[in-house]
Ligand binder design. Structure first.
Ligand code: FPP
Length: 236
């Protein structure tokens, strides 16, 4: 992204995270297969990312595949993997143009080899980009994340686990904690997403299904975020 749109102030927002819910319902309403909903969902993810790039949001996380999503049909799991393998890779020039750096959170070692290669290639080819970070949460679960960190702390044979030490070993330890978590489709739950990192995140629940997201809705989420009174347990 060459120019950041300074017309809209994003306040102290450093990291916005999206639970992209409602792809299946969006498709069903239109008599389409669920997989088509995910395809439209992916396209909408790019629209949202582009707006975040224009606004200069440093980090955008998206919940693309959870540790629980393995329980879906093989066809649906393969369709989501296909989007990463084909669409995400084909869009690499776009991410370059937008100066987007791709990172991941989650255990990608459980993926087919070609998918692992596709993800590591796209991370490598965008690693020197300095704009918005697109953090793909993929085979990600908050509880698995905490276990992953605890196991690393145990391996260090430390006598005591502190929040600071554990935090160093979580996925995405180099990223700021999410300030705002947005979930679409009217559901109001966290579904095992960034449960440690999002301890003090502001939450927003939108009635629209994810494929109905728009740049305007991104702007309105940020406007609402700026009105929140964040106290982090302190008295104002
Ligand atoms: C939740 O909607 C969405 C998912 C589990 C998958 C989201 C994946 C994508 C948008 C494509 C891959 C994206 C990237 C960034 C590579 P749902 O299927 O649970 O919807 P429903 O509750 O209406 O059934």
């Amino acid at each position: 992204m060459k120019k950041i749109d300074k017309k809209k102030d994003i306040g102290n927002l450093k990291h916005i995270a999206f639970i992209m819910d409602g792809n299946g319902r969006w498709a069903k309403k239109r008599g389409l297969p669920r997989n088509v909903g995910h395809k439209f969902g992916y396209e909408k993810m790019k629209v949202v990312l582009k707006r975040c790039c224009e606004l200069g949001v440093p980090v955008v996380s998206v919940y693309a595949f959870s540790t629980e999503n393995w329980n879906r049909s093989k066809e649906e799991v393969d369709a989501i993997f296909g989007i990463v393998r084909d669409n995400l890779v084909a869009d690499t020039p776009l991410f370059q143009e937008w100066n987007v750096k791709i990172s991941t959170m989650g255990d990608t070692s459980k993926f087919p080899k070609d998918l692992q290669d596709a993800l590591s290639d796209i991370k490598k080819s965008t690693e020197s980009n300095t704009g918005t970070i697109l953090n793909l949460c993929i085979n990600y679960g908050g509880r698995a994340d905490v276990c992953y960190a605890v196991n690393q702390v145990l391996a260090k044979k430390l006598a005591k686990v502190t929040e600071e030490e554990l935090g160093k070993h979580l996925y995405g330890a180099n990223l700021p904690d999410p300030d705002l978590i947005v979930r679409t489709s009217g559901e109001q739950r966290m579904s095992n997403f960034l449960i440690w990192q999002g301890a003090y995140a502001e939450l927003l629940f939108l009635k629209q299904n994810w494929p109905s997201m728009s740049p305007k809705l991104v702007d309105s989420c940020i406007t609402k975020f700026k009105k929140r009174n964040r106290r982090f347990g302190r008295v104002k």
